[in-house]
Structures are given as C-alpha cells and as structure tokens.
Design a protein around this ligand. Sequence first.
Ligand code: GLU
Length: 305
Amino acid sequence: MLSNSSLALPLEKGGKAAEHYVGRFAPSPTGPLHFGSLITAVASYCDARAHQGQWVVRIEDTDIPRIFPGSEEHILRCIDAFQFEPDTEIIFQKDRLEIYEQVIAHLHAQGLVYACQCTRKMLGSNHIYQGTCRNLGLPLQDQAIRIKVDAQNICFTDRLQGTHYSNLQQDLGDFVLKRRDGIINYQLAVVVDDYLQGMTHVVRGADLLDNTERQIWLGQVLGYPRLEYMHLPLAMNDQGQKLSKQNMAQALDLSQAAPLLQQALQALHQPAVDLDTPRIMLQQAIAQWDIQHIPHGTALPQIYQ
Ligand code: GLU
C-alpha cells in the first residue's frame, strides 16, 4: 500500500474528524458548467449531506490542452452562486502532478507499470491493447505509461445502475496512466485524489460508468479502500446526445440559480422545493433527499438544452 503520510491532504476543517461519508464534485474545466453538471453537483451534495457527510470540490485539470479558457472561473462562480458549501478548499489537479508522478514511480518499482512506445497508428482500430511493450523494459521517459491488468472479473454494484463487471484483460488490456506527451490520465489522478481526500462515495454521471472497473483495479493495486458508486442518468438534448460543451450545451446562467436548482431537483425526481435562496433550497432538498425517486437507466426521460 502506498504510504499516505507524505502525500496526505488535510481533509478535516478545524480538526474535526472525518465522517464516514465523504463525497465530491469533480468537474473538468473543458467548458462552462451546464445543466448536466448542475445535476451532478446537486446530487453529490444532497447525497453527502443527507448522510451527514462531507463534500469537496476538485477541479480535474490535468489535461491542459483540453482546458477551455475561463471555465475554471465559471466553475468557482457556480459553486458560489448555487451556495454550495465545500468542506475543504477547492483543489486543482494541475497543482498535484508531482504526487501522481510519485505514484507512477511507486508502481514502477513494483513492476506494475511499463513504458509503451506504440503509436496511435500502430494500435490502429483495435481498442484492446495486446501488451506489445509489456516485456520490453523500455525507459519511462517520453513514453506512454501503462498499468498491467489481469484476467479477473472486476465487479461492483452501483447504487442506481445495479451490478457491472469487466474483465479488463479481455475488454481493454493494459491501460494508460500517463500519455506520451506527459499528461497524467484522468484514471490515475481520480483514483489517487479520491484516496488522498478520504473519499468514500462517488456520485457522477453515467457516462463515466465504464471507467469504474479501471478505477477499482487501480485502487486495488494501490491497496486503497473500495468506494461506493452512484452513476446518475444523464441529461440529454433533443438530438439524443448528452449535454456537453461539444454539443453546445448552454452555460449555466448564474442569475437564474434558484429556478435552475428547482429544475435540477425535478430532473432527479425529488420532491418539490420552494423558490428561495439556493442555500435554503438545498437545505430543503437535503431533508427530502431520496435516491429511490431518481429515474432508472443511464438517461433522463426529459429533454434539456
Ligand atoms: N472530471 C470528470 C468529468 O468532468 C468527472 C470525474 C469523476 O467524477 O470521477 O467528467
């Protein structure tokens, strides 16, 4: 197990011991937050608070070329406008690259990762990596770094989506933790930070469901405790696509925080809350929070913009 002593972040505020629910909202600043992001923020916040848990915000900005100018500021303004109250300071993954490098070095010392020189062209359309570079012992510098997987089934029961499993060797092959251009992959950063921030519960969009087995595998290899997962149905547009920057989803209008909050709770089929300040509306939503009402499946039935 990776020693946590030097890498630990202070999680508790004012020396208060951590509750056994710690949740998070972890947006990537690849565009301004939209209604789909708000649903995730609201659900993760209400679920954490309804369990008397803590809730933190983490900006997942390791993929620097994909950062959309101004979107980090928009995320911070949204947290304020919707009156979410994170329990710790917001962390930015791009400030933590050394930590991820240390984890890679730790895995390398144990023979669990290796450098891969295969180009995209060499990999072609085959999405299952065949382990071409597994035993070549290439130096790590300027190469992609892959983690070895084995043939076991990784299985988990999602609180909304039921049981999922994957045999990573058959379905995917050894996967990338760091790209050749030096960018730390989301899979590594998310697992390391969930651990270092003491996370117990992950609430996020169902578009990330397929990443979960990889993250469980990585956590298992690092000796981290397992998390509970809840993958929310996604808000879709009239073209049947999930709301995203690529699909021109509208940025959240911060002057409309209260009605947008009401709509997000409606989308999650939660009992109605009265229009008020976002703080009071969230308090009401937390008191009424019930995941049994959330629509089943990976897409919400209604259409959004
Ligand atoms: N940063 C990811 C995203 O914005 C979410 C990561 C997670 O919740 O695990 O899609």
